[in-house]
Write a protein that binds this ligand. Structure first.
Ligand code: GDP
Length: 318
């Protein structure tokens, strides 16, 4: 299988023999750090790190104060990119390097994140028909209605572009959008349509799985999960499949602006996110990167672009 030879991002992390943090050492292959480290929790709620990397204007946010509530993450739950050394960082400086609303540490590869140009290129029904120019790409996938088109709109800031994927005949295709003539955003068919005939669903599964396993320029799948509703088995199944097949994955939690706790015992986004992560923990050797987003407030937009930039630039170099 081609997969094993690819310069996949998280495989590089797994290949690292060990990882040290301040005076304590723990093996990255064993995600359970010593108790002293595990008890060290970092709060991060500072401003987006974007401005420190390049001058992309920060999005206007109408989100509630709760968006700035500190989120605590233990060290072993952070995503630390390869070639990123945090051993000399004290808690405050490490906190400053974590992308807001995520578990992602910024690396030296986080540059050229801005989207200045976005063009629809083509819709393909087979992996072999996808663009063959070798540019790196990121695939967006998620249950139908998860907010995939809204996120795509928000990333490229062009409403009509994302609508392209919603045109009849294209919802079941691999839709390629070229960004800055340098990389691709790929919109994959949504899964979990209640109304789709069984055979059609199987077919989509087959071709998206083939794409995940054989698309050599795929840097990472971005799995969208609705954080405003309880965890769905179909999303867990998807994450599990990606984990078991060692397909690099970033989790994008959508609709994080929907904060109202429902009277019927509904949970807040943070609670749903935590539950999702606890449930998928066993599928991955190291914690996958995740980012909280909202297409209503633009929360997470710049963070996604920076994360894509660091994955992409690392991929291009290796
Ligand atoms: P898709 O089927 O995954 O492409 O989902 P859409 O982008 O079409 O969104 C489905 C529905 O969710 C629409 O009614 C959107 O307005 C709504 N939606 C999408 N993103 C968000 C979000 O971040 N916050 C909220 N509150 N609603 C959203």
């Amino acid at each position: 299988m081609i997969l094993a030879q690819l310069p996949r991002f998280h495989l590089s992390i797994l290949a690292r023999p060990s990882f040290s943090l301040s005076s304590s050492h723990f093996n990255f292959l064993n995600p359970k750090p010593p108790v002293t480290v595990a008890r060290t929790l970092f709060s991060f709620a500072s401003k987006s790190n974007l401005a420190t990397v390049e001058p992309i204007p920060l999005p206007v946010s109408d989100s509630s104060d709760l968006d700035d509530a500190p989120v605590e993450i233990s060290l072993d739950k952070l995503f630390i990119p390869p070639e990123t050394d945090v051993s000399g960082d004290d808690p405050a400086s490490l906190t400053a390097r974590i992308l807001k609303g995520s578990n992602i540490v910024l690396s030296k590869y986080a540059r050229d994140a801005q989207v200045v140009q976005a063009d629809y290129v083509k819709s393909s029904v087979k992996t072999e028909d996808c663009p063959a120019d070798g540019l790196p790409e990121f695939a967006l996938v998620g249950r139908s209605n998860v907010g995939k088109s809204s996120l795509l709109n928000s990333l490229v800031r062009r409403k009509r572009l994302a609508l392209t994927s919603k045109k009849p005949g294209k919802t079941q295709c691999i839709n390629h959008f070229r960004i800055n003539d340098k990389w691709y955003l790929v919109d994959l068919p949504g899964y979990g349509y209640a109304s789709a005939p069984h055979e059609l669903k199987q077919d989509w599964n087959k071709f998206t799985k083939d794409y995940f396993l054989n698309r050599s320029t795929l840097v990472s799948v971005f799995l969208l999960v609705d954080a405003s509703i309880p965890v769905k088995q179909i999303d867990l199944d998807y994450a599990s499949w990606l984990g078991q097949n060692q397909v690099p994955m970033t989790m994008i939690f959508t609709k994080c602006d929907k904060r109202k706790k429902k009277k019927n015992g509904g949970k807040r986004p943070e609670e749903n996110i935590k539950e999702f992560q606890d449930l998928i923990q066993g599928f991955f050797e190291t914690t996958p990167p995740w980012i909280m987003t909202s297409s209503v407030t633009n929360q997470g937009r710049d963070e996604i672009l920076l994360h894509m930039a660091q994955l992409r630039n690392y991929w291009l170099k290796h």
